[in-house]
Design a protein around this ligand. Structure first.
Ligand code: R5P
Length: 300
């Protein structure tokens, strides 16, 4: 059985890097939106029979960007899966570095949907064989899948990059309680004794407004604030302000998925960050770290 990488529209560079690293043939996609708003996608191949009976690795983040929203990306992913199933591939591995709706994993107010779980049930209904996601917001939702489901850890790749910048005297800061364990694991990549500080964050479930507090001595420290997602930058910029107020020398704003929506970049830099570091799960200017090697290590 041969393996092919199918490069989805939102992960073109990452998909290509994965294919090249694995020395696999790859197929790109043609995509458009019809005037009525419906999405269209087609694998760029002339002869479908090359895929029949083979294994495909589909790479498609489902993140919003200036070019497209996450709903389009999700539908494109389902369309690619449907296309390769119709062609008759033998095995479907799906790599979704950023999974849309992952933050809607539980009910905060009466009448809500746990849509993260529903998204995974939809994928499950398409009878895929393996599913890989990177630093998903709430790993427990992966239980919705009956196939092999893997939450890839990007911490080492991010830490290696940060260390290469010549950081010293590091403190890792978690902007909220939810990221405590993740931040502890992250800190270990910088050394056994690297301290972890956790700020207290409260989000108003109706307005989305955030309040944050934390008081500690960060004088002359390189402060690495790490989160799974930077969306509007509200969480990160609040954490940066506290870090600066407490004496931080340098501040690294780090997230696996730096969506940088609206004026997030401005808010973060204005708050005092020296650099924003993300991965190519999101194909934007913050993607300083490629996930290609990490993902390939898991796939192999
Ligand atoms: C929330 O629990 C997440 O881990 C992130 O902190 C959050 O999604 C970031 O969103 P924003 O950048 O809009 O504050």
């Amino acid at each position: 059985m041969s393996k092919f990488v199918i490069i989805g529209p939102s992960s073109q560079i990452l998909g290509l890097r994965i294919a090249q690293r694995m020395e696999l043939k790859y197929i790109n996609t043609f995509f458009k939106t019809f005037p009525d708003g419906e999405h269209y996608i087609r694998l760029n191949l002339e002869d479908e029979s090359i895929l029949k009976g083979q294994e495909v690795i589909i790479v498609q983040s489902t993140s919003p960007s200036a070019r497209s929203d996450q709903n389009a990306r999700l539908l494109e992913l389902l369309m690619i899966i449907d296309a390769v199933k119709r062609i008759g591939v033998a095995k479907i591995t799906v790599v979704v570095p950023y999974l849309a709706y992952a933050r809607q994993d539980k009910v905060f107010m009466p009448g809500e949907s746990e849509f993260a779980k529903a998204v995974l049930r939809i994928l499950n209904s398409m009878e895929i064989n393996e599913f890989y996601v990177v630093d998903i917001h709430a790993p427990a939702v992966l239980q919705e899948l009956e196939c092999k489901a893997v939450n890839i850890d990007s911490m080492k790749a991010l830490a290696d990059y940060i260390k290469s910048l010549g950081t010293e005297d590091i403190v890792v800061v978690s902007p909220d309680e939810g990221a405590r364990e993740r931040s502890k694991a992250f800190a270990r990549h910088f050394g056994e004794d690297v301290p972890v500080e956790v700020f207290e964050k409260k989000r108003d479930v109706e307005t989305g407004d955030i309040t944050m507090s934390g008081s500690l001595d960060l004088k002359n420290k390189d402060v690495v604030i790490s989160d799974d997602i930077i969306a509007t930058g509200g969480t990160m910029s609040k954490a940066i302000r506290i870090a600066k107020k407490n004496g931080a020398k340098k501040v690294y704003a780090v997230a696996t998925h730096a969506l940088l929506l609206q004026n997030a970049k401005y808010r973060i830099i204005e708050a005092g960050a020296d650099i924003i570091i993300g991965t190519d799960s999101i194909d934007n200017e913050a993607a300083k770290v490629s996930l290609a090697k990490t993902i390939v290590d898991y796939l192999e």
